[in-house]
Design a protein around this ligand. Structure first.
Ligand code: NAD
Length: 435
């Protein structure tokens, strides 16, 4: 099949590349000429494991190309995926400015009979609105909702081996086209779920809201544990043996970030509000998370007697989760801004997000390529992201590098008792802080 993908971000690039890898001819379009230029040279604008090899293999086989010209791409395509960003607007609603402009570009060049598949996460009713708009202009195209469930860090694998594929559409023709397109990825039995556009759109929000709710649940429980002398690790072990609860996505931490959960929860609250619903649960999920993002800073403030002025803090991990360079809404940003505002200086290390950190903080934070170098003569270490390489560091080297052996761990990577024996003052989430 000949396919166009609009947007070469974390979703569009991965989808386009994986679709070309199964034999389709894919043209990826982006309005960002610099991104397109990089991709044409075989360089990736984002970090995603396994993606670079796939890009070069499929580009070499002439199944994958990159352009800024929608007209050129759409001239031959029978399916066009829209995977542009839908960030949060000031009101909490999705900002559909990029999406609407992508749809306008499609409308100007699309051929009759084309499937327009919406991969971006969009408010319920968007596909119907797009369908009506195309119809009003006499354009006979199929508007399909195909929300994406890949996870940054394992995006390629998630796309190639999805747990399910969701298709919202009307009529048999788009259904059969999408069935054929996804057949290579669902051969091992992953379900291809067909439903209305509106159900598919809402299912995406429901999925993210549930996951965010689990994180806020365990984080609020962690705060309770700290205050009543319990250990969230033990509480977690106890509750997750119940098969109705399960253990996934129930790890206490310094709050969720990323480009999806925060904005999708807000968009869901906005949707409910527009339907005259109070949306109490999802408002709480958001506010618990906002509070959680400040927990590490509050612990640091208490440790340093309320005065961080002149202190140097070393930070390990900046991305919102491991295996990605994405720092959108990352807890690290909130805490580092709080530290800087309090007069502390920050030196930081991340295995892949260094460039992104420099883009965000400029010269306000010293980003260094070695984790032990950032710890040298720092007053404390703070850990924001559970990168594997932080799980068993050289504690002796760390202890002697820091001016004081103090760790604030936003991901509960270590055993408190073991760290105490090794001479550290160790603060973590939902466990008892050192006296
Ligand atoms: P992104 O910000 O990484 O990339 C969006 C890309 O779209 C950018 O490169 C931008 O230049 C491009 N773009 C904007 N307007 C365009 C236009 N008119 N034509 C062509 N390109 C255009 O975004 P992302 O993280 O890939 O997310 C895309 C969508 O997928 C969002 O709706 C998001 O909520 C959803 N989603 C994201 C993830 C994720 O993990 N990132 C997972 C599932 C769903």
């Amino acid at each position: 099949m000949k396919i166009t993908v609009l947007g070469t971000g974390y979703v569009g690039l991965v989808a386009g590349v994986c679709l070309s890898d199964s034999g389709n001819h894919v043209t990826c379009v982006d309005v960002d000429a610099e991104k397109v230029r990089m991709l044409q040279q075989g360089k990736l604008p984002i970090f995603e494991r396994g993606l670079e090899d796939l890009v070069s293999r499929n580009a070499r086989a002439r199944r994958l190309s990159f352009t800024t010209s929608v007209a050129e791409a759409l001239a031959e395509s029978s399916v066009v995926f829209v995977a542009v960003g839908t960030p949060q607007s000031d009101s909490g609603a999705s900002n559909l400015q990029y999406f609407d402009s992508a749809i306008a570009m499609v409308g100007a060049h699309v051929r009759p009979g084309t499937v327009v598949a919406i991969k971006s996460t969009v408010p319920v009713g968007t596909a119907d609105r797009v369908r009506e708009a195309f119809k009003a202009r006499g354009l006979a195209v199929h508007v399909v909702s195909n929300p994406e469930f890949l996870k940054e860090g394992t995006a390629v694998d998630d796309f190639l081996r999805p747990e399910r594929v969701l298709i919202g559409c009307e009529g048999d023709e788009p259904r059969h086209i999408m069935q054929d397109l996804y057949a290579p990825f669902t051969r091992s039995g992953s379900p291809l779920l067909f439903m209305s556009n509106r159900s598919a759109e809402l299912a995406k929000y429901a999925s993210n809201a549930f996951l965010a709710m689990k994180i806020s649940f365990i984080n609020e429980m962690a705060l309770v544990a700290e205050r009543c002398g319990a250990d969230i690790g033990d509480v977690r072990r106890a509750i997750t043996t119940d098969s109705r609860i399960g253990g996934k996505f129930l790890y206490p931490g310094c709050g969720y970030g990323g480009s999806c959960f925060p904005k999708d929860i807000q968009a869901l609250v906005h949707l409910g509000t527009s339907l005259e619903m109070p949306m109490e649960m999802f408002r709480a999920v958001h506010s618990v998370n906002e509070r959680q993002k400040s927990v590490l800073f509050e612990k640091m403030q208490r440790h340093f007697g309320g005065n961080l002025k002149g202190r140097t803090i070393a930070a390990w991990g900046l991305s919102f989760k491991p295996l990605t360079d994405d720092m959108r809404e990352a807890p690290s940003i909130r805490v580092i801004e709080q530290l800087l505002a309090a007069g502390a200086s920050v030196r930081a290390y991340d295995p892949v997000a260094a460039q992104e950190a420099v883009r965000i903080f400029g010269s306000r934070v010293l980003v260094q390529p070695d984790p032990y170098e950032v710890a040298k003569k720092a007053d404390a270490l703070v850990i924001f992201t559970e990168w594997n390489e932080f799980r068993s560091p050289d504690f002796e080297r760390l202890r002697t590098s820091l001016t004081a052996a103090v760790i604030f761990d936003g991901r509960n990577l270590y055993d408190p008792e073991s760290l105490r024996r090794q001479g550290f003052l160790y603060y973590s989430i939902g466990r008892q802080d050192p006296k």
